[in-house]
Design a binder for this molecule. Sequence first.
Ligand code: PMT
Length: 399
Amino acid sequence: MSTLQNKRILLGVTGGIAAYKAAELVRELRRLGASVRVVMTPAACEFITPLTLQALSGNPVHTALLDPEAEAAMGHIELARWADLTLIAPASADFLARLQSGMGNDLLSTVCLATRSPIAIAPAMNQAMWDASSTQANIAQLRERNVAVFGPGSGEQACGEFGPGRMLEPVELAAQLALQFSVQALTGKTVVITAGPTREAIDPVRYLSNHSSGKMGYALAQAAIDAGARTILISGPCALAAPERAEHVAVTSADDMLAACLNYAPGCDLFIGAAAVADFRPANVVEQKLKKTAADTMTLTLVKNPDIIASIAALDAAPFTVAFAAESEQVLDYARAKLERKKVDCVIANDISATGIGFNSDDNAVTVIERSGDTTFDRRNKMQLAHALIALLAKRLIG
Ligand code: PMT
């Protein structure tokens, strides 16, 4: 389990011989599950090429503050907002001085000024430069401002001298970085969530569907991300934007949703079926648009859709599986029956006959039904409810 899973690390590389270690550092951060974006100072580009770090990070490398193309895409403010943590490695004596004094005379120093993320530095310089009173004063002030200082190590230096000033090795640096992130309830866990309606085609222009907006499932995805989980959101058609860090898989029909679930659920830790899946679909999808006829009625023959959640609960190494039950009468009894029929670990029952909750509303109220007993959550905003539900489910997963 790595606390860097899903974390966004903005790596600033400044000019110094240790810049070559940035390549290994990027690899190590990615190996531990982090997304990495790199900003290089002009001096850093003299020691290692942006192309190397681009290839290793899988993202474009940013080098210039006034680059119209970059500003249109990932400009300095976007980069500053994107980061969960900004790490400067190697951090030269010159950069430390500029960081300490709040200068913004290149892209990296500007990003450091603009970011609200924590900042960490891995100094690397000649031992005499490290010992210089100005450098030590800068370091002391940066520490006072809660900048984490990793290293430097001591030993033989590239210039042939011995002493403190070597950048920590990438593996050690990445390990120290991981300690900056607290372990959250679902850190290291993978959660798969279905959301929204399914659409079952009748002909090229018509379909059967329902009123699910996706709000409940999307809120659960956000709450799972907030709890540190890798989160896969398999969603039927809805108008919502997927939470930024969710792996979003768009599907249309129940058959599509089943295929996606069977692809992602094996090996996951928690599966939540918040989607309103159509129980039936037209037996035949007509290829051309159906024409109006003289008859006053028409008959559609429907066939049963696969039961997605029952298929997941029946997997050999099934995840902790949670169904929703949308009921308009005898809510708890019908939900309890679903617990047994679908062989899931728990059912979250919502009363869709009550106004202001359930389908397409901002609020919901539910009872979580488990074999060990029930837990009721009164009416509240779906996002607040999602956080409460994820906290409860995290307890079931990790005890
Ligand atoms: O999307 P919103 O507008 O926010 O509304 C939220 C919601 C009301 C849709 C949600 O809270 C909810 O109750 N979702 C389940 C709706 C539903 O289809 O309930 P059901 O009782 O028909 O199904 C029970 C469970 O089996 C559900 O987990 C469902 O995803 C699953 N199912 C159903 C049929 C099927 N063929 N395959 C399934 O996996």
